[in-house]
Design a protein around this ligand. Structure first.
Ligand SMILES: Cc1cc2nc3c(=O)[nH]c(=O)nc-3n(C[C@H](O)[C@H](O)[C@H](O)COP(=O)(O)O)c2cc1C
Length: 279
């Protein structure tokens, strides 16, 4: 057992945790990821001793640093109790049934198929709280190991929008009352899974776009270009918005109210998407 534990990533980071070379932000992310590992081990009925050990190290360090308890820490405690005592909270089952959404299939399809990229907005100012409410829904998007390594800039000032121009040749985004800039913490992804940073970002971006659409807002997903000036631009962007080096802008999402939705551009036939291997 001791050998297993010494090979455990959490055991190796234990010394780094104690020396505080791991930031509070990173510690929170690890709690979510290791919690996810334990959650899975409990569900699969596989050996959860290592995952449990790792999680206990992390949670004890969390409170040693006097960090405030959150929904995540409550969830972690519940998992630890469950693993230690073999107890399953009977409330769990109730949550599962309550989560069945009373949404008709028709409404769901309408929302998914009716969303459009909106590139023109009315002059109506936007309340930033509306975007915050949409993000409050979008944060339930899936992410790798539930790491949720995302943050969002809500850009409204003219000079701040001008600063974003370095990432795209498009200019229409500056007409929107708010430009949401999804950022991802690249340091939260080790070498083999760097690309998950973009997958996780895409996951929350699409959920945000759909949420905004059903709330009556129009938005457009604009990609950030990695051209020859990108590295210098990134430095300038991070210093303009006071961001540390790990935060990378993934896209620009101008949002506002619209008068007309554009017509839908055609989609590939579903038959053209499927590579049938059954024959
Ligand atoms: C990664 C990504 C980058 C995009 N970049 C741009 C862009 O630079 N400019 C733009 O007008 N639309 C951009 N779009 C929007 C697409 O053009 C649009 O989603 C597509 O044409 C389908 O139209 P619809 O969103 O109305 O269904 C981008 C979409 C994605 C997913």
């Amino acid at each position: 057992m001791r050998q297993i534990l010494e090979r455990s990533p959490a055991y190796r980071i234990f010394l780094r945790l104690r020396s505080r070379s791991i930031s509070n932000e990173r510690l929170k992310s690890r709690l979510r990821r290791r919690g996810h590992n334990l959650d899975k081990a409990l569900a699969d009925g596989t050996d959860c001793r290592v995952a449990l050990f790792e999680l206990k190290l992390l949670i004890s360090e969390y409170f040693r640093r006097n960090l405030k308890g959150t929904e995540t820490t409550k969830w972690v405690w519940d998992l630890i109790y469950q693993a230690e005592l073999g107890l399953v909270d009977s409330d769990d089952m109730r949550v599962l049934t309550e989560n069945v959404v009373p949404l008709t299939e028709q409404n769901f399809k309408k929302a998914v198929m009716g969303r459009r990229s909106v590139r023109q907005w009315t002059a109506e100012p936007l309340n930033v709280d509306d975007i915050v409410r949409a993000l409050d829904v979008a944060r339930w998007a899936p992410s790798s190991c539930n790491r949720q390594a995302w943050k969002f800039l809500l850009v409204q000032k003219h000079q701040d929008k001008e600063c974003l121009q370095m990432f795209t040749h498009q200019t229409f985004f500056k007409q929107a009352p708010v430009v949401v800039v999804p950022l991802v913490d690249m340091e939260d992804y080790h070498k083999e899974i760097k690309h998950y940073a973009y997958l996780d970002s895409g996951s929350i971006i699409q959920t945000l776009l759909l949420t905004l659409h059903v709330e009556g807002f129009g938005a457009c997903w604009i990609g950030v270009k990695h051209d020859q000036q990108y590295d210098g631009n990134l430095d300038a962007f991070q210093s303009h918005f006071g961001l540390s080096k790990q935060w990378i802008p993934v896209s620009l999402i101008p949002v506002g109210r619209y008068e007309l939705l554009p017509k839908a551009p055609p989609r590939k036939d579903v038959d053209d998407m499927i590579l049938d291997q059954t024959d």
